[in-house]
Design a protein around this ligand. Structure first.
Ligand SMILES: Cc1cc2nc3c(=O)[nH]c(=O)nc-3n(C[C@H](O)[C@H](O)[C@H](O)COP(=O)(O)OP(=O)(O)OC[C@H]3O[C@@H](n4cnc5c(N)ncnc54)[C@H](O)[C@@H]3O)c2cc1C
Length: 296
């Protein structure tokens, strides 16, 4: 099933879940156990990240294939920076053969330790990959990344949103956002895309905060911004009650954010699980999406 169609036909707001593939095969049983526990959320789909630079692509393939075999609708992330067309085409064919019919088409980040030549290679931007997938695998569902606060390389909100509009028009069915903590940024992103005439589902990404250190690590990697008041509140909670208090503070914030996003008309919520189930289950219990009335 193509995820874009599933989103459009969903009668109620849904959850989708993001995992990263374990790098060590010994962690796989615990990984699949976590996915099975999260089946309780009835996820619309599960997405699996792709190692920076494509290094772990076969982990992404085997994990998405196994999740598909277990009956989940799955989406493999796929980055194109520095990639050759034929390798991407082969990967797409392997996904299809494994029952994975959706990709999140990403540019990715170049290796940090080299001066990257953006002129080389077949793909410069995620939009190039969207076009390529559309042409080579017309039946593959395509998602793209969107940024409520602009992508770190973007000079302005306006320019980032223009580029997001270009990749949506190139043939993407929907977008998943970078994690964010200011709901107004999501509202503004959706409004600006609608003003461009784009009525494409934009699924907001929410981070359950597992610990203060993991929050800092995630923020440093993805470049998302966090309101100072919330950050200071987390810092204070950490000083008083350690990571247990940080999780509670983050949980209450996430539940409020989810309710605000649904009130704005978000089609569902994408949870950055960090491969952990407990907090996602608690967020789902407290946000109680099942009590949201069905669409007309
Ligand atoms: C939901 C989500 C999932 C992710 N999953 C992964 C993953 O699994 N693996 C991974 O390695 N990374 C992942 N990332 C990170 C992503 O690879 C980085 O943010 C990367 O730097 C940008 O990828 P993109 O697809 O958004 O790129 P693009 O859409 O190409 O945008 C990158 C930058 O280029 C600009 N730009 C776009 N088009 C043009 C143009 N025509 N001219 C000039 N500038 C342009 C954009 O405004 C932006 O600043 C994910 C990000 C998100 C939000």
């Amino acid at each position: 099933m193509q995820i874009g169609d599933l989103i459009r036909s969903a009668r109620r707001p849904f959850y989708s879940l993001e995992f990263f593939p374990p790098s060590d095969a010994a962690q796989l049983p615990a990984f699949y156990q976590t996915a099975e526990r999260l089946r309780a959320l009835d996820p619309l789909y599960i997405s699996v990240t792709y190692g920076a630079g494509g290094g772990k692509q076969y982990n992404t393939l085997s994990v998405t294939a196994e999740l598909a075999r277990r009956g989940f609708t799955t989406m493999a992330h796929l980055t194109c920076v520095g990639a050759e067309e034929e390798k991407i085409a082969a990967f797409l064919a392997e996904l299809r053969a494994a029952g994975v019919y959706n990709v999140l088409a990403l540019r990715g980040d170049p290796p940090r330790d080299t001066a990257w030549d953006w002129g080389k290679g077949a793909f410069q931007h995620a939009a190039d990959l969207v076009r390529f997938v559309r042409e080579r695998e017309p039946r593959m569902g395509i998602g793209v990344a969107a940024y409520p606060a602009p992508h770190p390389e973007s000079p302005s909100f306006a320019e980032d949103r223009r580029h997001t509009a270009v990749k949506l028009r190139a043939g993407a069915d929907f977008a998943v956002t970078q994690l964010f903590f200011d709901t107004r940024e999501y509202a503004a992103l959706v409004e600006s895309l609608q003003a461009e005439g784009l009525d494409v589902p934009i699924v907001p990404g929410i981070l359950p905060i597992q610990s203060f250190d993991s929050l800092r690590r995630v923020l440093s990697l993805c470049g998302a911004s966090i309101p100072a008041k919330f950050y200071l509140g987390l810092e204070e909670a950490h000083a008083k009650g350690g990571n247990a208090a940080v999780r509670e503070e983050g949980l209450a914030f996430a539940v409020t954010q989810i309710r605000q996003l649904l009130a704005l008309g978000a089609p569902g919520i994408h949870l950055y699980t960090l491969n952990k189930a407990d907090l996602c289950l608690r967020i789902a219990q407290e946000a109680a999406l099942q009590s949201v009335p069905e669409k007309g």
